[in-house]
Ligand binder design. Structure first.
Ligand code: AMP
Ligand code: MG
Length: 470
């Protein structure tokens, strides 16, 4: 039986210059390793047998109504403009309208080469596929905007990186795959008509209230400001915030060498390819603003009155640092029990972070312990922590229910790097139990269901870097 989905494709109706129609490349032996039944239900997908799902989401049999294509985009990678990237190993099957009435892309990643592959094999190895599945679903459970993961299909084929590795196909679900780089490619080529069509499409799809290109810019800046503050509030480092990995919808997208921090350090970098620390934890706000400046530059190319557009875009982008700071203050205020933090609370939060950094405190566990009788155990310098705690208690004395505010702002569990590595090793050996265990606990990040997963890594377990692993 062929798998079917209620496809309703809009991107495929855009001009031919936006994409290349191409089908996924079939794989040797598709086997369903993971499937997100709840997500499938919300997308209105029909029930199906695992083998049919493996054929559909491994790329061997196109679901009815699919109109597969690879999207064109460009982007700044580590600050340097690359005029043509595009889906080099991803294929959009089509779109469905979900149970909330929101249009969602269903995309295969690792589904074979496309005209944008630039010498790559179009495949992904199992490790990063499972990392994206776990981390994106954890992000969703934390209430942070993100693409989702629908399925993992093992291909039964090895691919060659430094060594032979098992390959897999991830099925990703997104509000769209429009990126800053999608706008850049048309702007840089001087394809103004395509830029206008793309702008209209993005407004209709994501921000129907937005008024023209500058209204779109304003909306994307607001969404990105919220996203960056949300990442920081859970100690997340994206790792590759290139403009092609920056979503117009404001979702976290393109999980590569990303990680949640264990011990707090503001300059923490995980990605093995980020040698300069461009995308370090505390640089993320600044980079998000830089990315929005690139979006602004692209959007302006279609404006009749360039001077007025530049003035307005500059005002919008310059307002963003304050937006991020306000979102940061709200989220970090909640993490210390303050329902509506004000600017005067900034020092209290920053002093705690400085103490955490000095003592190498575990970011997640230290916040979660605040207000318990074992809070001081998370710190080394007991006098400094006691002094901070006294200031903090004086501040929250006037709050209505600080414990309740903290309980929903401080997760007990994050997808820790060492657990992800252990999960990948097991999966490569054919054991999906650690994957299932992680997924079960991460689905309820504010509840204690599996305390051993709260533990920071031992010295032997520490994962110093995450690898791009394309
Ligand atoms: P990423 O760093 O994963 O966001 O990818 C950057 C660009 O490289 C995108 O255009 C990808 O489609 C492309 N790419 C990454 N890995 C591969 C691969 N194995 N084969 C072909 N293209 C790839
Ligand atoms: Mg990418």
């Amino acid at each position: 039986m062929t798998f079917s989905a209620p496809f309703d494709n809009s991107y495929a109706a855009l001009p031919a210059g936006f994409y290349t129609r191409i089908a996924p490349t079939p794989v040797a032996n598709p086997k369903l390793l993971a499937f997100n039944a709840d997500l499938a239900k919300s997308l209105g997908l029909a029930d199906a047998e695992p083998d049919d799902l493996a054929f559909a989401f491994g790329g061997n049999e196109l679901p009815q109504g699919a109109d597969p294509l690879a999207q064109l985009y460009a982007g700044h990678q580590f600050g340097n403009y690359n005029p043509q990237l595009g889906d080099g190993r991803a294929i959009l099957l089509g779109e469905v309208v979900d149970s909330d009435g929101i249009r969602r892309d269903i995309q295969l990643k690792g589904s074979g080469p496309t005209p944008y592959s630039r010498g790559g094999d179009g495949r992904a190895w199992l490790g990063p596929v499972l990392r994206e599945y776990v981390v994106s679903e954890a992000m969703h459970a934390l209430g942070i905007p993100t693409t989702r993961a629908l399925a993992v299909v093992a291909t039964g084929e090895d691919i060659y990186r430094e060594t032979a590795l098992p390959s897999a196909v991830l099925t990703r679900v997104a509000a769209s795959h429009l990126r800053v780089g999608t706008f850049q490619v048309f702007a840089h080529r001087g394809e103004v008509e395509n830029l206008r069509i793309l702008t209209d499409y993005a407004i209709k799809r994501h921000y129907p209230q937005a008024d023209g290109p500058m209204g779109l810019l304003r909306a994307v800046c607001a969404a990105q400001a919220n996203l960056i503050a949300a990442w920081m509030s859970v100690g997340f480092i994206h790792g590759v915030m290139n403009t092609d990995n920056c979503s117009i919808s404001g979702e976290t997208i393109d999980y590569g060498p990303c990680a949640f921090m264990d011990a707090f350090h503001a300059n923490r970098v995980f990605s093995s390819i980020d040698r300069q620390g461009r995308y370090a934890f505390s640089n993320q706000p600044q980079i998000a603003v830089w990315n929005m400046a690139q979006l602004a530059t692209a959007l302006i190319q279609q404006m009749d009155d360039a001077d007025a557009a530049i003035a307005e875009a500059t005002e919008i982008v310059h307002a963003m640092p304050a937006q991020i700071e306000a979102a940061w203050l709200k989220r970090f205020g909640a993490k210390i029990g303050i329902a509506e933090a004000v600017a005067d609370d900034t020092a209290l939060i920053e002093d705690l972070l400085a103490l955490m950094q000095q003592d190498g405190a575990d970011f997640t566990n230290a916040f979660r312990a605040l207000g318990t009788d074992h809070a001081a155990d998370e710190f080394v310098d007991q006098d400094a922590f006691a002094a901070w705690q006294a200031r903090w208690q004086a501040r929250i004395a006037t709050e209505v229910d600080p414990a309740a505010v903290m309980a929903t702002a401080n997760p007990v569990i994050i997808p820790r790097n060492h657990r992800i590595e252990q999960m990948i090793q097991a999966a490569v050996a054919g054991d999906m139990a650690p994957f299932n265990r992680l997924m079960a606990a991460l689905a309820k990040p504010f509840e204690t269901t599996d305390p051993d997963l709260h533990r920071p890594p031992t010295d032997q377990e520490i994962v110093p870097a995450t690898f791009c692993g394309t």
